[in-house]
Design a protein around this ligand. Structure first.
Ligand code: ADP
Ligand code: MG
Length: 679
């Protein structure tokens, strides 16, 4: 079988499965082999009763102590609790919505159970475990790859398909030159894919991942080098610089020293005659937007257009408002183009962009996927928050006539890393917050204190402030009854606040216009308390909000918590953030402490890195979750550095194999780099 062969060559893939696979973008053998397992289940680790930890996923050998009982909870949710004896420790197996399991487990018999451990008070539970008779465990202990769900195709069917592909004499060309593969002690691409899909041990999987990540990192380095090969002179002529002064004078505040120096950097870039490539790095709330506005204004006054890409539609709308407000009356026209505006309106706007009537176009990243014709694009600003998409940036830059580029980022990346990632892009740092900001008072509580916290929110709202309540999920989940969701919390608060305060709810499943109207209402102060998912993390800016509660806070990463908290404390009021978690795990509490005690994104990122440790490279240790197809540059700096040297050697080599490889990579660069997303 070959890489390009259709998946219909595999036994068992009929029209129905073909369609299901196609919906996931899987049509060829190569597509399926690039569909990496989301995680692996390793049931071979047997836990021991005196050393268990919360949240761990382990196997235990236990005896069914009694028959257990099925409880019916609201609606059609059932919980089957089965008491077990694990050596001499009591533990219960808890099954959500699987009452039929009661029949499958016999009293006084021994089984292996595999699942997540929960400890509440003195009770220990294993949640929704898989199980097998201890007398006949079959293949229970083999490492099992788990793929993202594809409707209509069970996990083991994917495993069988992959097995067939490898059994049927798979041919894959390895593009990586043999000499590099040998000197770096890497697996061939075929062996790497084989151990990733059909692993015998976790060590094997790591070897496979190492090979794939190596190639990804190498390609990124080669792409960046090829980019910086052609030094670009700019055709954009900017002569009038003082047009921005009136706009700066209109600001209701004074710019910070850092902000002013970024503006100086930007002006110096533009005066240099070369194409500007500038990364503006500043913590949440440091005031990056106003710099974007001033840069765009400079372009407009010299007759050039600016495209501003926001990470989400909500943000695009919000920035649209900020730009329009500040540029009102200057004659500079600003338009927002997003997926949700009506076709007719969009067509009109795009026409006005094409004939130069619109100076500033704001939109989501999707903006660049569509054919937007600019009259004369002078500047592309990308607001990346904390995502990087190397490819997207390059692509939009290709559209105009070598426009200047500015990237706004809140990710505190180490300087060396930004050099590698951004190549010759220059970096400006905003390392101070606007004057008068009070540090956000942050606390960590358990769920039992939630009603007290709500009381606190009510006091704030009584003073005219607003509040956020953040939940990890949208709706209640059977598997994770203890994790908060916006629906349940909204209902609870509605009841508690006795309809005195106005509540709103915001999450990703609302339609775009529904989201928009919730946000508008919140902005106008027509909603006092917004219950939301982390959707608000990206840049919502409402200075009147003084309190935030983050429920099931252990579910969020540290940098995400920092981003979320950055949504409060944007005005003159003292602001508060409450992290709420019921977790007793030492690690979780240490993580919460980092947020409670620190306010700088940089320190939090460093602490995060320190707590997780370099040993936890692929997250294998904690979650058994290697992340494939994802390179995390913060953690894999060493790999990026190592491949940088090799990339340089490839560019200098005149060996045939090396040159061929270089050509192949460069040709496929724009296609491939898109698949490498940084998180
Ligand atoms: P971010 O860097 O996270 O994108 P924003 O640009 O959204 O931050 O700015 C956060 C808030 O700070 C906004 O309400 C903005 O108007 C305000 N702001 C920006 N610069 C200053 C300043 N120099 N002084 C006071 N407030 C400022
Ligand atoms: Mg911002």
């Amino acid at each position: 079988m070959n890489w390009e062969d259709s998946l219909t060559n595999i036994k068992g893939v009929g029209p129905k499965r073909k369609e299901a696979l196609k919906n996931r973008g899987l049509e060829t053998v190569g597509d399926l082999l690039s569909f990496y397992p989301r995680k692996y289940i390793d049931r071979s680790v047997l836990g021991c009763p005196d050393s268990i930890s919360e949240e761990a996923e382990i196997s235990i050998r236990a005896r069914v102590a009694s028959r257990g009982r099925v409880q019916r909870i609201r609606g059609n949710l059932t919980i089957f609790t089965l008491p077990l004896l694990w050596e001499d420790k009591k533990i219960s197996a808890v099954f959500f919505n699987q009452p039929y399991i009661k029949k499958a487990l016999e009293e006084d018999q021994e089984y292996f159970f595999y699942g997540k451990i929960k400890i509440t008070g003195s009770a220990t539970k294993i949640i929704n475990p898989q199980f097998v008779s201890a007398d006949n465990p079959g293949n229970f202990f083999e490492l099992t790859p788990v793929y993202s769900h594809i409707a209509g195709i069970p996990n083991n069917a994917i495993q069988k398909m992959v097995l067939q592909i490898f059994d049927d004499d798979l041919k894959i060309k390895d593009h990586l030159p043999e000499s590099i593969r040998k000197s770096e002690h890497l697996l061939s691409i075929k062996s790497a894919l084989k151990v990733i899909h059909l692993p015998k041990s976790p060590e094997e999987v790591l070897r496979g991942i190492e090979r794939l990540k190596f190639t990804e990192a190498l390609k990124i380095n080669m792409g960046i080098m090829s980019n910086s090969f052609d030094k670009k002179y700019s055709d954009i002529v900017i002569t009038a610089f003082d047009g921005i002064n009136p706009v700066m004078n209109r600001l209701p505040y004074e710019l910070t020293k850092s902000q002013l120096s970024v503006i100086d950097d930007m002006i110096a870039d533009i005066k240099s005659g070369q194409v500007m490539n500038r990364l503006v790095q500043g913590d949440v709330g440091s005031g990056k937007t106003v710099i974007a506005i001033i840069a765009a204004c400079l372009m407009a006054q010299n007759g050039y257009q600016t495209a501003y890409m926001a990470p989400t539609e909500i943000l695009a709308q919000q920035h649209g408002r900020s730009f329009k407000e500040l540029l009102d009356g200057t004659g500079i026209s600003v338009e927002v183009v997003t997926g949700s505006i009506k076709a007719k309106e969009k067509k009109e706007i795009l026409e006005r962009v094409a004939n130069g009537e619109v100076s500033i176009v704001i939109g989501t990243h999707a903006l660049i996927q569509e054919a937007v014709d600019y009259y004369n694009l002078g500047l592309v600003i990308t607001d990346e928050q904390h995502r990087f998409g190397v490819k997207q940036r390059s692509r939009l830059s290709l559209k105009g006539n070598q426009p200047h580029t500015m990237v706004m980022s809140a990710t505190p990346i180490p300087r060396t890393l930004s050099l590698i990632l951004y190549g010759d892009l220059n970096v400006s740092y905003i390392d101070e917050l606007p004057k008068g900001r009070k540090p956000i008072k942050t606390y960590c509580y358990d769920e039992a204190s939630f009603h007290k916290i709500v009381g606190f929110l009510e006091k704030e709202m009584q003073k005219g402030r607003q509040a956020f309540v953040i939940c990890p999920f949208i709706e209640a989940s059977e598997e994770m009854e203890e994790v908060r969701d916006t629906e349940t919390v909204y209902d609870q608060l509605q009841e508690k606040m006795n309809r005195i305060y106005r509540l709103g709810c915001l999450h990703g499943r609302l339609k775009n216009d529904e989201k928009e109207s919730v946000i508008t209402a919140f902005n106008r102060g027509e909603i006092d308390c917004l219950v939301a998912t982390s959707i608000i993390e990206v840049g919502i800016d409402v200075p009147n909000v003084s309190a935030m509660v983050i429920l099931s806070a252990e579910r969020f990463g540290l940098s995400q918590l920092h981003q979320l908290r950055g949504r409060v404390g944007r005005g003159k009021h003292q602001s508060y953030c409450f992290l709420v978690t019921n977790s007793k795990s030492k690690e979780t509490l240490a993580r919460m402490k980092v947020i409670v005690n620190n306010s700088s994104g940089k320190t939090i990122a460093d602490e995060d890195f320190r707590l997780r440790g370099p040993g936890d490279y692929f997250g294998f240790k904690q979650h058994g979750l290697p992340k494939l197809g994802l390179l995390n540059p913060m953690e894999e700096l060493a790999l990026i550095n190592r491949t940088k040297i090799i990339a340089e050697a490839i560019f200098q080599s005149n060996e045939k194999e090396m040159m061929n490889f270089r050509d192949e990579v460069l040709q496929s660069f724009y296609r491939d780099i898109e698949e490498v997303s940084f998180t």
